[in-house]
Design a protein around this ligand. Structure first.
Ligand SMILES: O=c1[nH]c(=O)c2[nH]c(=O)[nH]c2[nH]1
Length: 287
């Protein structure tokens, strides 16, 4: 039997890194989860156990800490680009670096006191290769939203297995995962574009009179692309957090769409991409 090595990469996943900047008594916090993944001349490592081309995952973790100390941590996209470029440019055996960062937001309570409220997480995935090509995908996850009006679902296919009743007034709730691809890496401010995209997603969710979560997804992507000229593609993952009216008739009570059972699972999972007509090829951006 003849076999060969296929695509491979390796790295250190989920290096938790907190950086404190002390501005006198006022402190600033960056709380990150950094995952690095490298690929390159790794044939020998897999085939014979020769590790001469391997930059240890332990070193990758240390590099995240060291570059955070040396350069500070600004926007996560810039820190990810710095790390990715470092691995590719410092090691000839490494041809491609992928750096993924999650950022946990802390809200200030005092000069050096913070509170984490909400589960929302800011994300980015950066790729950098030995030819100097780089891509940046920014995003957010666990942004939980709900509309208690303005959502309908009817007109769908009905077959012998369909029991769902059409509705013209339901709760629409989801936990948004959104990722958006920047057209280039010369972005004036990743922080500003993050705020713009986040605001557009929330506005579109709230403003759209929804005939389905699919329609809301498209409206959210379209609004983000309209608001932010530096991005060319938005990918959204929207789990449908079903709210079912509880049947209160056994207790002699009406339920005029006021009391709901929130189903945990199964849940509808609506996923889609919205792109500019002239979006350039994504290359390795989504890998
Ligand atoms: O917005 C929705 N889209 C669906 O495709 C779907 N399917 C379903 O059962 N409920 C819903 N809601």
């Amino acid at each position: 039997m003849s076999v060969k090595l296929g695509p491979n990469r390796y790295g250190k996943a989920e290096t938790r890194l907190v950086r404190v900047v002390r501005d006198g008594p006022v402190h600033h916090l960056k709380d990150l989860n950094v995952s690095t993944s490298l690929s390159g001349d790794m044939e020998a490592a897999h085939l014979t156990g020769d590790n001469a081309a391997v930059l240890p995952t332990d070193t990758q973790k240390n590099t995240a800490y060291a570059l955070a100390a040396r350069h500070g941590v600004g926007q996560i996209e810039e820190f990810a680009l710095l790390l990715a470029r470092h691995f590719v440019e410092s090691q000839p055996t490494i041809h491609h670096a992928r750096v993924q960062i999650e950022e946990f937001a802390w809200n200030r309570r005092g000069p050096h006191s913070f509170v984490r409220d909400g589960s929302e997480v800011r994300t980015c995935v950066v790729h950098h290769d030995a030819d100097g090509r780089a891509t940046v995908v920014s995003g957010l996850t666990d942004l939980v939203v709900l509309n208690s009006a303005g959502s309908e679902f009817h007109g769908y296919l009905v077959d012998e297995y369909t029991t769902l009743r059409p509705t013209d007034d339901r709760i629409l709730a989801t936990s948004v995962t959104a990722r958006w691809r920047h057209t280039g890496t010369a972005v004036s401010s990743y922080g500003t574009s993050y705020d713009e995209v986040r605001r557009s997603l929330l506005e579109a969710f709230a403003d759209t009179h929804s005939l389905s979560l699919q329609q809301t997804l498209y409206a959210m992507g379209e609004r983000a692309l309209t608001a932010c000229p530096e991005i060319c593609e938005v990918r959204l993952t929207l789990p449908n957090r079903h709210h079912f009216p509880v049947d209160l008739s056994p207790f002699g009570l009406d339920n005029d769409n006021e009391v709901f059972h929130v189903a945990d699972r199964p849940y509808g999972l609506i996923e889609g991409a919205v792109l500019r007509e002239d979006a350039p090829d994504a290359g390795f951006a989504w890998e």
